[in-house]
Design a protein around this ligand. Structure first.
Ligand SMILES: [Zn+2]
Ligand SMILES: [Zn+2]
Length: 281
């Protein structure tokens, strides 16, 4: 048996084909079958902004997961939530921040994993001409990645065109938006929905692998699945002067259910003096 989840069903709340990214990892590491349940996730807000997002991404992922579970009347549930914007550590670089939320109602625990991916085509621009449109479309990996268009100065959800993946359609939709726009500009942005964005789908897949591997690891104390790193501790000592640096000294492993934790220290390694507040102030 691969895991306690062998031959069980995990309900995925999604309407954007995310099972393509999540199901293979759950099959490979857990033997668990991921079944999509069609909940209207747009109710929680949309990327194109017609419906405002009111919950935090974490709360949203959890809420989606609960709704999918209720709908499928299941025991295991998973949901994903993505958000996009400047990377907190590199403010000028866009990042794809992905969350996976897993619930096991039988063993009574939740596991949330998140990760910031620098791999993203996330971008948006107001564009006046077809020539500029062509340059932008190239930069953001069109047509393998879809685009969303709307007139720049006209906020009306009837005139948002999503999921554009065809060059001819892109030109005709652009002309239409230009006619409707009061300032001669069309707002063009990347479609960030998973089924329209292979780069994002890959990121969700990578996080799904982490989630599945982790669910295959039982707590050494109570055997609940999901044993893994819950905290990273800075303080790795400097090679030259032995002063603590900001680099990671140890990882704390923890359980999703009981309070058991173990610290795994990086004994072998020392920090390069470049990272030392004394040697390289
Ligand atoms: Zn435990
Ligand atoms: Zn030092």
């Amino acid at each position: 048996m691969r895991s306690v989840y062998e031959n069980k069903v995990c309900y995925l709340s999604s309407m954007h084909k995310k099972e393509r990214a999540i199901a293979p990892a759950f099959e490979k590491f857990l033997g668990c079958k991921v079944v999509p349940v069609d909940i209207n996730t747009d109710l929680f807000g949309t990327f194109a902004g017609e419906i405002e997002r009111t919950l935090s991404p974490y709360a949203c992922a959890k809420e989606k997961c609960i709704r999918g579970l209720n709908l499928g009347n299941g025991v295991l549930g998973i949901a994903n939530e993505g958000s996009f914007g400047p990377d907190p550590s590199f403010p000028f670089v866009p990042a794809d921040f992905e969350i996976l939320y897993f619930i096991d109602r039988d063993l009574e625990f939740d596991l949330m994993l998140s990760k910031s991916f620098p791999q993203t085509n996330f971008s948006g621009k107001s564009i006046p001409t077809l020539e500029e449109l062509a340059v932008f479309a190239d930069q953001v990996l069109f047509p393998s990645h879809a685009l969303v268009l709307r007139p720049h100065r006209l906020q009306d959800s009837r005139f948002i065109f999503k999921g554009i993946r065809d060059a001819g359609e892109l030109r005709s939709v652009f002309q239409k938006c230009l006619e409707l726009s009061s300032d001669g500009l069309v707002w063009v942005e990347t479609d960030m929905r998973a089924h329209m964005n292979p780069t994002r789908m890959k990121n969700i897949e990578a996080l799904s692998n982490e989630m599945a591997v982790r669910l295959a690891a039982p707590c050494p104390s109570c055997k609940t699945p999901g044993w893994g790193v819950v905290k990273k501790m800075p303080g790795l000592l400097c090679k030259m002067c032995e002063a603590p640096t900001e680099l990671i000294k140890s990882e704390i492993y923890g359980c999703c259910k009981c309070k058991h934790q173990e610290e795994l220290e990086n004994y072998e390694q020392k920090a390069e003096p470049d990272f030392c507040p004394f040697c390289n102030p």
